[in-house]
Design a protein around this ligand. Structure first.
Ligand code: DGJ
Length: 751
């Protein structure tokens, strides 16, 4: 998978080649990253630079500014954004030269790296004057078509080094690139933005000490000429920064790593510093590049225990109750959801003492006896007796002033000068070993004492303070916080099968670092399915459906005040790890029936939804696994009198085979159409009367169920869907969609 011949390194994955060489000046030149090559001449791969360019600075007769490099350094005439900034005694390391390489080196790492790589190359460069040695690490994940890169800085001299910046560097030539990146905020995470890659530097960065709901660390460069796509993502949960620079000479440089704005690191003699890994892929078409990332996460990021394992269908009561609950109320809910087919009951925020709102209680691990008079184990046992697994919410990195922990250890919280609150809480100092031990011991005790199957690890504010009360770490603070977090997660979850779902006010921490410890993430506090189309649509460009926790909530969205049909809430949530979060108290009998059917249908296709190959084609989502393809088609706003030519297109089928296409059965709830009953009934019923109430509670219409057979070829070019409601009349073959309508279609080979 990794060849070295005549100073050229060739890293091969199943479908891609990554090629660079050591040039005559002992610098590393990137030569090619794209579809797989076998043997090519250096001449054919190289840029040819024979004449000096006006005003450029020469290094060994060549302009460094006009080369594609694997590592970029200051003071050599490379004026692009640089990947190294390291100092020894006020001297900057600035002339790294190739000194050798090693293959398949095994080394322990303090940061998550991806498991089960197929091959590893480390290429060493040294700056003689300052004695700084750099190792460029390339991990090859063959089947996933991913190359994951990180940088080692080794202090092989006597003096301490000051690392101001060290990031991964990738250079290529502009191919009329668009930048596809993901931005947002609370309840609007990871919306996709596409823009032409502008001249100059584009920065995607976070400063919240988390990967952040504002700017996802992952992004793509897509060629408008060839549809070739380079994908990048950072395996890190802290402040990140990627700079994508397009020069006037049409070179493109990508540097990515820890955000240097709030960072430096002192490296003592004999120590090694590691940058986070930048995960890179190449594919033709965004769906193929995404699919490589999905394979990588499913096979190499999530822990072995959870890889390819079906995830339970959750009920979480948060949106139904907030803090207002007790054992009796929850057991009633648990009974209903266990009858409906849910498999995991999650006890969310509010179960411990002083926690009746978000003003107090974080830092108490003692159960609130007013809510659970017989204790939590007794509650858990009752849940388990109903056939459900038991999940528990915790927010271990935080503390409220009103809590036993803060009263005893105020120095555990951050905030040397002023206490800055977010959601009325302070952040615990994870750079302090005592704090880490405290958290590990408490969460482990909870897991053991209450026999917990699942933990929801929440984190509900950005971090602002960058100083520990007990240690003076200067600009090392935020990186040390993340190292502390990873240590804590490893100690709690590294040796057991507890299912960890991370959450940070929804998707404030949806990143490859967190996924290395817990295989799924609460994607957003926004459960409105139409908003989720944007949120899950964006997130799924970078992360597989098995990581996307998605719940069916109430008809009236708490986040947008929009009303959506139950079918659409399910049809979006099923593209991920399904759960329910709605208030069950007022569900009608027929809604319960529909939910029961949804759950059993999801169980049948769970593997498809969690592990299938996912393709987005506008508002059509497709997922395929072992011969089953499911397509979801969604409508945002209805158009009046829609023409009869809405298309269903299915990709990746065998063009010569024939397939059955079946629309999933779904109920249309009659309470949406009460007033219209007068047009079809011989009697005029009061829409708010008792008869109507009884009818809408117990009866529903089935939406159209289009079934047909077509070839893979025809399905790729598209078949026509049944007509939507046209403004007049009813027919059983009409799609009764209105605003926010949707349908799922199952496509299987004809028997
Ligand atoms: C934020 C989470 O995203 C919610 O799902 C819920 O767990 C609340 N925190 C609880 O405080």
């Amino acid at each position: 998978m990794i060849q070295y011949k005549d100073s050229v390194f060739h890293l091969k994955t199943k479908e891609t080649s990554y090629i660079f060489r050591v040039d005559d000046s002992l610098k590393l030149n990137q030569l090619y990253y794209g579809n797989r090559l076998e043997e090519e001449s250096l001449d054919a791969l190289s840029l040819h630079q024979v004449i000096q360019v006006g005003s450029s600075v020469l290094y060994d007769g060549q302009s460094m500014d006009l080369k594609c490099l694997e590592l970029s350094e200051p003071q050599v005439g490379d004026y692009r954004n640089l990947s190294t900034d390291i100092w020894v005694n006020n001297q900057q390391a600035c002339d790294f030269k190739y000194v050798g390489y090693e293959m398949d080196v095994v080394r322990e790492s303090v940061l998550p790296r991806g498991r089960g790589r197929d091959s590893r190359l480390v290429v060493y460069l040294m700056d003689e004057k300052t004695g700084v040695r750099i190792g460029l690490v390339y991990d090859v994940f063959y089947e996933a078509n991913v190359i994951s890169r990180y940088v080692l800085v080794e202090n092989v001299g006597e003096e301490s080094l000051l690392i101001e910046n060290i990031v991964v560097n990738f250079d290529c030539i502009n191919d009329d690139f668009e930048l596809i990146s993901f931005h947002g905020g609370w309840i609007k995470e990871a919306h996709e933005y596409v823009s032409d890659l502008g001249i100059g530097r584009t920065v995607i960065a976070s400063t919240t000490t988390s990967s952040s709901n504002q700017h996802q660390p992952g992004f793509f460069l897509r060629s408008k000429v060839s549809d070739s796509v380079y994908g990048f993502n950072l395996m890190y949960s802290g402040n990140h920064k990627s700079v994508i620079e397009r020069t006037s000479n049409e070179f493109v440089r990508v540097v990515s790593g820890i955000n240097d704005e709030q960072f430096n690191w002192t490296l003592k003699s004999g120590e090694v510093f590691e940058s986070p890994s930048v995960v890179m892929t190449y594919g033709v078409g965004i769906n193929n590049a995404s699919s490589n990332f999905h394979d990588f996460v499913n096979k190499h990021v999530v822990s072995k225990v959870w890889a390819n394992k079906e995830r339970p269908i959750t009920y979480n009561h948060w949106e139904a109750t907030f803090f207002d609950y007790n054992e009796k109320k929850l057991l009633k809910m648990a009974k209903v959801v266990s009858d409906l087919g849910c498999e995991l009951f999650v006890l969310d925020d509010g179960w411990f003492v002083e926690r009746n709102n978000d003003l107090a209680g974080l830092g108490n691990y003692e159960v609130d006896k007013k809510k659970f008079p017989k204790g939590l184990l007794s509650f858990r046992n009752k849940i388990v007796d109903m056939g459900l697994k038991f999940g528990l919410w915790v927010e271990p990195e935080m503390v409220s002033i009103e809590s036993s922990l803060y009263r005893k250890h105020p120095e555990y919280a951050l905030g040397v000068r002023d206490k800055r609150f977010g959601r009325n809480q302070l952040v615990l100092d994870l750079t302090n070993k005592d704090v880490r031990d405290y958290i590990v011991s408490n969460v482990r005790t909870l897991i053991e004492e209450y026999k917990v199957d699942y933990i929801k690890w929440d984190m509900n504010r950005h971090i602002s303070d960058q100083e520990s009360i007990v240690n003076n770490y200067g600009k090392e603070f935020s990186h040390r916080y993340i190292l502390g977090l990873y240590e804590v997660l490893e100690r709690i979850f590294g040796d057991n099968e507890v299912l960890l779902e991370s959450c940070s006010s929804g998707g404030n921490r949806f990143d490859l670092g967190m996924l290395s410890y817990g295989p799924q993430v609460w994607t957003s506090d926004n459960t409105d399915p139409i908003e989720r189309l944007k949120i899950q649509g964006g997130i799924s460009r970078l992360y597989p459906l098995s990581t996307i926790s998605a719940h069916v909530a109430s008809e009236l969205s708490q986040q947008t005040l929009r009303k959506t049909p139950l079918s659409t809430r399910f049809n979006v949530a099923c593209f991920g790890v399904l759960g329910y979060e709605l208030d069950l108290t007022y569900l009608s009998a027929v809604e319960k029936k529909e939910i029961k059917d949804q759950i059993s249908w999801y169980k049948k296709y769970r593997k498809v939804f969690q592990y299938g190959k996912f393709i987005q084609n506008g508002l059509q989502w497709q997922v395929s696994y072992e011969g089953v393809t499911i397509v979801g088609i969604y409508q945002t706003l209805v158009i009046a009198s829609p023409p009869p030519h809405q298309r269903l297109r299915v990709f990746g089928l065998d063009k010569n085979k024939y397939y059955e296409v079946r629309a999933k059965a779904q109920r249309v709830m009659l309470d949406r159409y009460k007033e219209l009953s007068k047009h079809i009934l011989p009697v005029n019923l009061n829409p708010e009367g008792k008869i109507m109430k009884f009818t809408t509670e117990h009866f529903s219409l089935y939406d159209q169920q289009q079934n047909l057979v077509a070839s893979g070829q025809l399905l790729e070019s598209g078949i026509w869907l049944n007509n939507q409601y046209l403004g007049t009349g009813y027919h059983k073959e009409l799609r009764l969609w209105s605003d926010f309508g949707s349908t799922l279609y199952v496509i299987t080979e004809r028997k």
